[in-house]
Design a protein around this ligand. Structure first.
Ligand code: M6R
Length: 606
């Protein structure tokens, strides 16, 4: 969603900020803007804003837009439609204060009414502008105190960066529920809401905690709480390199990320397998054998694709560790006043580690005394920090809004966790060995699947005209069907619906006709014959079928054959050809593959 970039140093700031904004484009946005110190207190701040893409903003930046300190933003509309006026930064009437803000100020309308009654003139419909006026009107002497004074009035979430014409040696930032990262350079400092905007300049970062503020100067930074007490935030090194954010010769990030999966899966396995005891070591788990044996239930929470990965994870945990487990959308869980049970192990799943609904569910669980593990991709992200312990999925940066490699790596991480819990409980040594052998086969098997791209591309052309598609799977195949259906609708905008194959005759069979293609997940497991019966039922009603299976399916019009692994691990592989199906269908339809309409990479607001 929204993105923040800031810089203070000696370099020409506008090109640096525009480059940073381009690196944040993947998060999704509708407008952008930039404000700089034009040099000297007398000249004040200069600002340019534009609805549309960063390139539209770039086109509006005048040649004489020069300075060495500035802040910039990509906005995802919440309060007020996408427009030049509503784009950030928001500037005070005297051009002295500029603010960029991620998050939502909940009491913005009350504050706006009070400020308007005091004669403040508003130029936008945003909640952020309220904050700008509060900083501008604060009576304190220092910028830090002015920001602190303003923040005392606001309720809600924020990651902010503030520029003030009278304090041209600094940028003040604050975080509450929306990420802020400082990047430490050589006599220059950066700030951003996402390390993606920084890594081409520095990999030394400081991540602020909620309730923390920072002052950044060209050669120094200082962190403190919103109440003013000093904090010690030590820099860490970002493990992802700038090149991992490049397209690497592919036409889209989605394509690149699908093809990165063999390496990504290799990474999530690396250093974790323990052949001696037929188990795995998960360093960050913090769950000793005694604790693991006392777990009575596992509840997995995530949103979208991460929820689907959690559904697969729940089945693996139930099958391998024999602990009752289920997954639920975090967005639903947090609103239903759930019973929080001390013997339940809660697991929060998130690629970004910033999804607000997941974070809010974790915070609510912790407030009620629950133990929460994170299964997260982005190291140091809010959910990773909030969870008591966890497993990183090591997929590397995922730039495409549509998640692919991170889904796969998350399911593999769940395979590791299920094996770990299983071997502490009743999973035998031989079953442990069997699962380890299966896990080790995954990277090679994924490469085999990806070699079928040309055939899948041909198949996809046949589906580009479909108005709607049905995805079915049974037990292990059902979450695969759900995820494949989500992939197709997100990227191609074709309506798709996923159903358990066992439920066909309870309703969806009424939809079957030649114009509604069905994609069926048909693994070679103990439910093979039941799945074949579902194909018969569809065929009998002249439905067109594409099967994803371990062998050609006679009743299907086409079959994509995938390599067989262990039954429990098959779901990890069976969705991969359907990522390619979604990709090539969208390509045939000319869709904006990496940035589907209306979607953002990280949903950091409610
Ligand atoms: O970063 P997260 O995994 O927490 O994101 C959750 C969902 O917003 C995300 O998976 C979404 O469904 C993607 N667009 C899937 O492709």
């Amino acid at each position: 969603m929204c993105g923040i970039v800031g810089y203070i140093g000696k370099r020409d700031v506008a090109p640096l900020l525009l480059e940073g904004l381009q690196r944040l484009e993947y998060r999704g946005y509708d407008s952008a803007g930039i404000a700089i110190h034009a040099g000297g207190k007398a000249t004040g701040l200069k600002m340019v804003k534009a609805k549309g893409r960063v390139r539209d903003l770039e086109a509006k930046v005048p040649a004489r837009f020069k300075g060495t300190t500035g802040i910039a933003h990509t906005r995802w509309a919440t309060h007020g439609a996408p427009s030049d006026e509503n784009a950030h930064p928001h500037m005070s009437g005297d051009d002295k204060v500029a603010v960029v803000h991620n998050g939502i100020i909940d009491n913005a309308s009350d504050l706006r009414a009070k400020l308007s009654a005091d004669g403040v003139e508003f130029l936008s419909e945003t909640d952020t502008e309220v904050l700008t006026h509060l900083v501008a009107r604060a009576q304190a002497d220092t910028l830090e105190e002015k920001v602190r004074e303003a923040l005392r009035h606001v309720e809600g979430t924020y990651g902010i960066a503030v520029l003030h014409a009278d304090f041209d040696d600094r940028i003040v930032v604050a975080r509450n529920g929306s990420p802020v990262v400082l990047g430490i350079g050589e006599k220059e400092m950066f700030v951003a809401s996402d390390v993606a905007a920084l890594v081409s300049h520095t990999r030394q970062v400081v991540t602020l905690d909620d309730g923390e503020m920072a002052t950044i100067k060209a050669d120094d930074y200082r962190t403190y709480t919103t109440e003013g007490s000093r904090t010690t935030a030590s820099p860490t090194t970002v493990e992802w390199e700038a090149e991992s954010y490049d397209m690497g010769g592919h036409d889209t990030y989605m394509h690149k990320e699908i093809f990165e999966q063999p390496d990504a899966v290799d990474r999530v396995l690396r250093g974790r397998i323990d052949d001696r005891f037929s188990t795995v070591h998960l360093g960050g788990l913090n769950l000793d054998a005694h604790d693991a044996r006392r777990v009575r239930r596992v509840k997995i929470l995530g949103c979208g694709t991460s929820y689907h990965a959690g559904m697969i994870g729940a089945q693996m945990i139930e099958e391998l560790a024999r602990i009752p487990a289920d997954a639920e959308p975090a967005s639903e869980f947090r609103y239903r006043n759930p019973v929080v049970d001390p013997d339940t192990l809660y697991i929060a799943v998130s690629q970004s580690g910033e999804t607000y609904d997941v974070l809010a569910a974790v915070q609510e669980l912790k407030r009620k005394g629950a133990r929460v593990l994170g299964v997260v991709n982005v190291v140091g992200s809010a959910i990773a920090r909030e969870a008591d312990a966890g497993v990183y999925v090591h997929a590397g940066p995922e730039v495409c809004v549509v998640s692919t490699k991170c889904f796969t790596n998350t399911t593999v991480a769940f395979g590791l966790l299920a094996l770990h819990l299983g071997r502490i409980r009743d999973l035998s040594v031989s079953d442990g060995k069997r699962i380890i052998a299966g896990l080790r086969k995954l990277p090679g098997q994924i490469s085999e699947i990806l070699k079928q791209e040309d055939e899948i591309k041909k198949i996809a052309k046949g589906y580009a005209e479909a108005r709607s598609m049905l995805f079915i799977g049974r037990v292990r195949g059902y979450p695969v069907a759900r995820e494949a259906s989500l992939k197709l609708k997100e990227v191609s905008y074709i309506h798709a619906e996923a159903y358990p194959a066992s439920e066909l005759k309870h309703g969806p069979l009424a939809l079957i006709e030649p114009a509604l293609p069905t994609v069926a997940i048909v693994p070679d497991d103990d439910l093979l014959e039941k799945n074949r019966a579902a194909l018969e039922e569809i065929k009998a009603r002249s439905g067109k079928i594409l099967a994803v299976a371990h062998q050609e399916q006679e009743k299907a019009d086409q079959t994509i054959v995938v390599p067989k692994n262990e039954d429990e691990l098959d779901p990890i592989l069976m969705g991969i050809p359907l990522q390619l199906l979604a990709y090539h269908t969208a390509l045939a339809l000319g869709r904006d593959i990496d940035k589907p309409r209306n979607l953002a990479k990280s949903v950091t607001v409610e």
